[in-house]
Design a protein around this ligand. Structure first.
Ligand SMILES: [Zn+2]
Length: 325
């Protein structure tokens, strides 16, 4: 969690109205941009964002702070939007709107798996402890892999893996979009799953046996994970690792989403070529709704801030004359 967010949270928990107003000011723009992208009427978008802040405050005691404030607020809002559409699934990227999803287990996909009724009684707040450990380990493994791609500037594979898990597209469509063969897509997926397995085995300690349905595309069975040789206390843990779960974590935790500062740098055209192309892909082609909401908010700020700053400057320089009779 950002230092600034933690400070604001402490203020709000201590009952500071000023802290609360700062938090609203900081997040309202991106939340509104997100809601406007999903709802036909702007007034409804505003209502849901307002509801989101109310839910945030009333559920504050249950917020465990293992997500960023932004992701937590987006999650509450997204659930409200799904509820507004009476439980109908909403997509989180443009590619999902344009292309059919890969086959997935019924009812276990991303948005449709979110319970719509109680927005703040989310997985952040209530989850089985064991389930929570597995989930956190999966999340760490995926983040490690994504960070690795970014560090190596391997945006090509990052894009493919994003399209597989974040967007849940079919291999056929991913191959066409990325300009590679379907086999290559299947191989990328296979490698990524293997890496997750290896990382999980190390992370959870003692190795992990993963269920067979590892790679639906190639029909290959999971190879049972990595085991520590000679470990007497080897624990055989059943980790429900499948495409739907990985996609769900990826979407809910926004594993590969861009930092706001990166989107800002993209707007200012200060990114290096590789990064610039990748950011453009995430925003425009993949069309991540969360990052597009941040982009819209930043664009809006650059439009209005000079005006506001100019106004403030005028006010400051003129206020003295007001009081002089
Ligand atoms: Zn994103």
């Amino acid at each position: 969690m950002l230092e600034a967010d933690r400070y604001l949270l402490d203020q709000i928990r201590a009952g500071s109205a000023d802290g609360w107003s700062q938090l609203v000011e900081r997040y309202q723009g991106r939340l509104l941009a997100f809601a406007r992208g999903k709802l036909p009427r702007s007034a409804d978008a505003e209502d849901l964002v307002q509801d989101t802040f109310v839910s945030f405050l009333t559920g504050l005691a249950r917020f465990r702070e293992d997500a960023s404030l932004e992701t937590y607020l987006f999650t509450i809002l997204r659930r409200k939007i799904i509820s507004w559409f009476r439980g109908k699934q909403t997509t989180i990227c443009l590619l999902q709107d344009a292309l059919p999803a890969a086959d997935r287990e019924a009812g276990s996909g991303g948005a449709d798996a979110l319970p719509a009724a109680e927005p703040t009684a989310s997985w952040y707040a209530r989850r089985d402890e064991q389930d929570e450990l597995h989930r956190a380990a999966l999340s760490r493994a995926m983040r490690t892999i994504i960070d690795d791609y970014k560090r190596k500037l391997d945006f090509r594979h990052l894009q493919i893996v994003e399209m597989i898990f974040y967007c849940q597209l079919r291999n056929k469509d991913i191959a066409r979009l990325a300009g590679v063969s379907e086999n290559h897509v299947a191989l990328c997926k296979h490698r990524c799953l293997n890496e997750i397995r290896t990382l999980l085995a190390t992370d959870l300690g003692g190795g992990a046996t993963l269920p067979g349905r590892m790679d639906g595309e190639t029909g290959r069975q999971g190879d049972g994970g990595t085991r520590r040789q000679g470990d007497e206390d080897f624990r055989c843990e059943e980790i429900p690792l499948n495409d739907a779960l990985l996609s769900r974590i990826w979407q809910e935790e926004r594993i590969s989403c861009l930092k706001r500062s990166t989107i800002g740098a993209y707007l200012l055209e200060t990114l290096e070529e590789g990064w610039r192309d990748y950011v453009k892909f995430h925003l425009d082609q993949l069309g991540c709704a969360y990052c597009r909401a941040n982009l819209a908010d930043l664009q809006e700020q650059t439009r209005t801030q000079p005006v506001r700053a100019f106004r403030d400057r005028i006010l400051q320089s003129t206020v003295g004359f007001l009081s002089r009779k």
